[in-house]
Write a protein that binds this ligand. Sequence first.
Ligand SMILES: [Zn+2]
Length: 379
Amino acid sequence: MFSSRFPVPRSQLTRYFVFFFFFTWNLELGTWNSFGAQEIRVLIDHIDSKEFPLDVPETGFLVTKENGDVLLNESGALAVSEGLIFNANGDQKLHWRGTPYRGLLEVVKAPDGRLALVNALELEDYLLGVLPSEMDTKTWPMEALKAQAVISRSYAISMIEANPKAVYHVGSRANHQMYFGATYEDDRARQAVEETRGEVIRDDRGAVLAGYFHSCCGGRTEDARQIWSQSASEKLVGVSDFGSCKISPHYAWVTSLPVEELERALVELGFAFDKPIRGFLVGRLTQSSRVVSLKVITNSGRLEVPTDKLRQVLGPNWIRSTRITDIKFKNGRYLIYGRGWGHGVGLCQWGAYSLALKKGWDYQRIVRHYFPKSSLNRM
Ligand SMILES: [Zn+2]
């Protein structure tokens, strides 16, 4: 527990104050610090209890408030509140629930009113954590890792630019990019990030394009506008990847969904219907054979259910992608057959793996293939 590390010796406080004011001043500049590096703010966790399992090895850490006050009383007790900022000494990393983090950890009030823990750090340092959380950096080809680095960087920058002053720019789970802090950083992730430093994809007006990606497209990626709203970028277009992601364990799948689970999900989505469900069918398809909506036949009529919404409520373990090829009923369960894993827009990770490994494509060719309406260049 952190309390055993306190109090910070008085002799060290002056040094901390100086450093802290320096950082606060940087915050005023927006998302760039004084060294010209871009900062990203990542939501790590919500804090719902008084328990505050923050720790840093050996040398302790500093707890301050936005005005620079050090928030330690004589006994080292700490009340969790908005505005706390934790900063490790030197190269030390802060730990939250066993996960190490570079940069700062801050307690903020999230838009939903809850207290949240945010990791504020340099963008390129963030990518060191994203890459091994998203790809197997130990065994995957370097060119696939570099393609992921470019796309993850582009995604992060597009999120920052969409709302630079947000209390956080991205989450740390699959709805944004997976990020387990510095847990899995390794030399190959570092190489991929450093050798593509500052490289992003842009649209024809020079704006950084949101680098969407997914695990496996199932043979063809998707137009963002086909499965999201018309406000999605028209530059995010679907392409064939020649079945290169057949190499993926997620290329073809089947899940066995209990009828009760489907009923629960429909209720959660706000559908009113009389049980039992009598049929569950594939509805309208996109060009890449993704299912836009599913038909559910009930005692009180037919429901048309948006597939992506049902996937969100059920979770990706039941509907791994919207590229559903068939649905069959057997012993009180629906057998759902499909291809690929993820939303299908942008980079296909398993396709990148295969194109690098089997065809020898470099990362630039891979990126241009999956984002044909973008240009690749340095910030
Ligand atoms: Zn693919």
